[in-house]
Design a protein around this ligand. Sequence first.
Ligand SMILES: NC(=O)c1ccc[n+]([C@@H]2O[C@H](COP(=O)([O-])OP(=O)(O)OC[C@H]3O[C@@H](n4cnc5c(N)ncnc54)[C@H](O)[C@@H]3O)[C@@H](O)[C@H]2O)c1
Length: 492
Amino acid sequence: MDKKENKTTTTRRSFLKHTAAGAAGFMIVPRHVLGRGYIPPSDKLNIAAIGAGGKGSSDILRAWQDGANNVVALCDVDTERATGSRERWPKAALYKDFRKMLEEKKDEIDAVTISTPDHVHGVAAMTAMELGMHVYVQKPLTHNIYEARQLTEAARKYRVVTQMGNQGASNPDQQWIKDQFDKKVIGKVHTVHCWTNRPVWPQGIPFPTEKPAMPAQLSASDWDLFIGPADYVDYHPLFHPFKWRGWWNFGTGALGDMGCHIIDTPFRVLELGYPTEVECSVGQVFKRDWTPEYIPEGCPPASHVQVTFPASAKNKSDIKMIWNDGGIRPFHPDLVPADHDLGQEGSHNGVMMIGSKGIIMSSVYGQNPKIYLKNGDILTMTEEEKSANPLYDEPEYGHQRTWTEACKAGFDSKEHRALTSSFDYAGPLTETVLMGNLAIRSYSHAVENAEGNLEFNGRKKLLWDGDKMKITNYDDANQFVGRNYREGWKLI
Ligand SMILES: NC(=O)c1ccc[n+]([C@@H]2O[C@H](COP(=O)([O-])OP(=O)(O)OC[C@H]3O[C@@H](n4cnc5c(N)ncnc54)[C@H](O)[C@@H]3O)[C@@H](O)[C@H]2O)c1
């Protein structure tokens, strides 16, 4: 057993668990005498947040659960963005560099929420897991396929409890969809449509050239920490906050932003594995007549991607999954009445799984499923089904709470195995989502030929060997499987 593996078996959590169990026999004051709602310190996790502003503020709040756990440290490069969290937990230690926080507090922290921009997820999660900490990581799990594979394997190696922040995974509506599919209500599925109205932030635009001053709360070293493992670029409000999504250096575009919420439904229900083929086309931008802008650093304004999966034990038909973003959405199937919105109300996001006997349609997070059968029947969840599950009343369907409870129960516990998006599941889901991005980046990448003209050789169907993590028919595309890390940063 190496040193790192050994560390995971002696975390504060497991120490507390053992001492708490050992001490139980000697307890003089029964726990109920201590008062209703009292949680002994040994039953609380010490949690920390990496990224405490934006989505991070609600992730750590929901993991804290009104005091069921302790928030011991907060890390955010931008103190102003993290104001809400800092004020809520004034005693928590404050950091800007997550590496410093994890190292200095390694004996105190049991579990970490990671809600930074996408480019930091992999490095931050790996650092925490190596120290034996459980991790809740926002979606997409990582910035690229290689990182997703590494995190999935590391979670098993370090025996830590993990969950990706695609909260729809815990939505009971998804379970209903799964049950209907398992009962063969729509038969074998051959085509899946997924779509989103994202990007709803600037995307498909040339890289900014001006150098605006940094906001007062950010120093040069804060910005350097924001950049983290990515290529260095100067501060610009088109990157931070929130708008980093539209640049490959930091984000994963519309597909990366919404894919883990939307593709989650068919990936889970149909028990899909690694895809075998991917093909795409993307929207272009023209600032001049006839000459499209060449913006390989920016995610495109719209994309149309088709991913092929082989038949599985669960669904004995090949599947074509068609993804659209940027406002492009699928055509209205004949089976769906013309006055029914596709997917979400307003049709902004959605999923349709088209089977031999009918269609299952739902919104983002698997919400509000409807089934349209070829015999004309339309099936929806009953009111009893909708009210039976208390998860509907919890924010994000208890997705963060169930993770903290599984952390307390430990690796491979019943609670851990019941998690809906631990890395065993979330890793392959994220890989599938990022497979689309691999195709988009390959499509958008040009090489200059001898005449000085740009050639786009990646505009073709790409064949994928999932086990080897390799495009087999166009080697140039393999540069997008992983990334180079800036000096001083590494994944493993
Ligand atoms: N599950 C959901 O519904 C949901 C919703 C929104 C965002 N997200 C995900 O949450 C993540 C964050 O998105 P956001 O919209 O909150 O972005 P944001 O830019 O609004 O917030 C990110 C926060 O992380 C901080 N940060 C940036 N780099 C950091 C670093 N190296 N170390 C520590 N802190 C750092 C920023 O200062 C900011 O407070 C993304 O992965 C996104 O996909 C998920």
